[in-house]
Design a protein. Structure first.
Length: 516
């Protein structure tokens, strides 16, 4: 599953969990607690992409079994263009998302600049923190670092009671740091601008924020009827279609007024604020939901996905009885099969996902194909060409006795029966004819020096070592020189591919160890 799709699903699950908690499980809890639930949900949505990349993966074991199936006779085609289609689609989607992010962010920044200009044009009313401006008709608070309460021009004619209620409500916003929490909500809306559930969660956060401030005012002893009357008078004349500038929290919105009035007159309503113990409990509950969700990786389930292929050698002949394995990335699941008499193999059904395909055959170098995408809608037909393999000789030289000579066992090769296509893969592996054991350097042995020398050479068509060179560098040079001197005297039989002599790349590992 693509990373972006997984993040969207996780964010959806997280916000649905927040909705269940806030609207059902905590229906009778204070508005301040429900506000925290929505806050943790929206900030968790911002945290999920980073957490999904950094947390250890948690992937349940797939419950659907799959196995290799017998290959069928077919026409093998190389499909090249289909693999480039998926990245192009995701590039377009990424561009659309980036454009939406820039649009929402630019709008938000413009609103904050407009708010700063409003504050600059305002005049002090009751100290520098309470100001009057002609740019608003409703009280509001703005400023994260230095909060300011802005009042409309009509505030100069308010009576003492209304002024007290308005300032108490706006002071609750400042005390609760609601401007900061609204900023996180706006950021989540910018990142997930395409997700309607995020915008809905932001509106619920805003409503609970206002109700929490209303509860804070009423807890101070104010009458609900008096407070509601002043609130309705302040809201009267506002346009329902008017857009509220980001970066400010107005005292009231037309769309929220009905729910707020209902909450004010609810009998026996719990109106306490967010207590430290409650904050800790809700934070722990959010972490219990968020962390496993972010670390979760969906298991790959079996679908009608299939991978088929054919294995050939460099001459174009099919390679029968080659070992083929597929490994699903991110899991320990592997499946194995062998090619048939005409070099074909097939796996079906397979779980959808990204695979690593490995092909091995005696006398050939292993072929590894990484990043093979397999899905129900996209069958993979693979054409694998095996190169002549590297012969790896390993020799251990001990410090107190000569290393024993190892006689390689001839590799039996089956001659495949004639078929309608050319059958290849008949490799007569190189066999050691002469091997001179390296000598342990006396001074290196006296100094207690051990090490492994890895050499690479080419076995010529005549069986002689060509281009002999050491591969590893972090080893004592005396051991290297001893190994080179010995291997230069080695001799192999000629390697044959379908009866023709070929050169073969060879790796030789010589271990210099001191006996205990």
């Amino acid at each position: 599953m693509p990373f972006a799709a997984a993040v969207i699903i996780k964010v959806t699950v997280l916000l649905l969990a927040a909705a269940v908690c806030a609207l059902w499980l905590m229906k009778r809890s204070p508005a301040a607690d429900r506000h925290l639930i929505w806050l943790f949900g929206l900030t968790g949505a911002l945290f999920i992409p980073l957490a999904s990349l950094t947390l250890p993966e948690w992937t349940p074991k797939p419950v659907i079994k799959f196995a290799a199936s017998a290959p069928a006779q077919r026409v093998v085609l190389d499909v090249v263009a289909s693999g480039a289609f998926r990245p192009q689609v995701w590039q377009v989607l990424l561009g659309v998302w980036a454009l939406g992010l820039l649009t929402v962010t630019a709008r938000s920044m413009a609103d904050h600049i407009r708010t700063r200009k409003i504050v600059a044009r305002s005049r002090a009313f009751a100290g520098d923190d309470v100001r009057i401006t002609t740019d608003t008709t409703v009280p509001m608070v703005c400023g994260i670092l230095r909060p300011v309460i802005l009042l409309p021009p009509s505030a100069s004619g308010w009576d003492e009671e209304r002024m007290r209620l308005v300032l108490a409500h706006e002071a609750m916003h400042i005390q609760r740091r609601d401007l900061l929490t609204q900023t996180f909500a706006h950021l989540a809306c910018a990142v997930y601008w395409f997700h309607p559930l995020v915008w809905w969660a932001e509106s619920r956060l805003r409503l609970e924020c206002e109700q929490a401030c209303d509860d804070g005012v009423l807890v101070q002893g104010e009458k609900a009827s008096t407070y509601a009357g002043h609130l309705v008078d302040i809201v009267r004349g506002l346009s329902a279609e008017a857009r509220v500038t980001q970066g400010v929290i107005p005292m009231a919105r037309i769309s929220e007024l009905e729910n707020r009035l209902k909450a004010m007159f609810q009998p026996n309503r719990n109106r306490r604020g967010a207590e430290p113990q409650r904050i800790t409990s809700i934070a722990v509950m959010a972490a219990v939901i968020l962390l496993p969700l972010a670390a979760f990786r969906a298991p790959a389930y079996a679908a009608s996905a299939k991978v088929t292929g054919v294995v050939r050698d460099a001459s174009g002949g099919a390679v029968p009885k080659a070992s083929v394995s597929v490994a699903l990335n991110g899991t320990d699941r592997r499946e194995f099969t062998t090619t048939n008499d005409v070099g074909e193999f097939s796996f079906s059904p397979l779980p959808e996902g990204t695979y690593r395909v490995t092909v091995k055959a005696r006398g050939f170098a292993s072929a590894i194909l990484d990043g093979v995408e397999i899905s129900a809608a996209k069958q993979q037909d693979l054409k694998v060409t095996l190169a002549i393999g590297q012969i790896q000789e390993t020799l251990t030289v001990t410090g107190d006795r000569p290393a024993s000579s190892l006689k390689p066992t001839p590799i039996p090769m089956d001659s495949p029966a004639p078929a309608r296509i050319k059958i290849g893969g008949n490799v007569q592996a190189a066999k050691m004819l002469k091997r001179v054991n390296p000598k342990y350097p006396v001074d290196a042995k006296a100094e207690g020096i051990e090490g492994t020398v890895l050499l690479r050479t080419i076995i010529s068509k005549d069986g002689d070592p060509l281009s002999l060179e050491p591969i590893n560098k972090l080893v004592d040079n005396r051991l290297v020189q001893s190994a080179l001197e010995a291997v230069r005297q080695w001799k192999w039989e000629t390697t044959l591919l379908n009866g023709q002599p070929v050169e073969v790349i060879t790796e030789i590992q010589i271990n210099f160890t001191l006996a205990k």
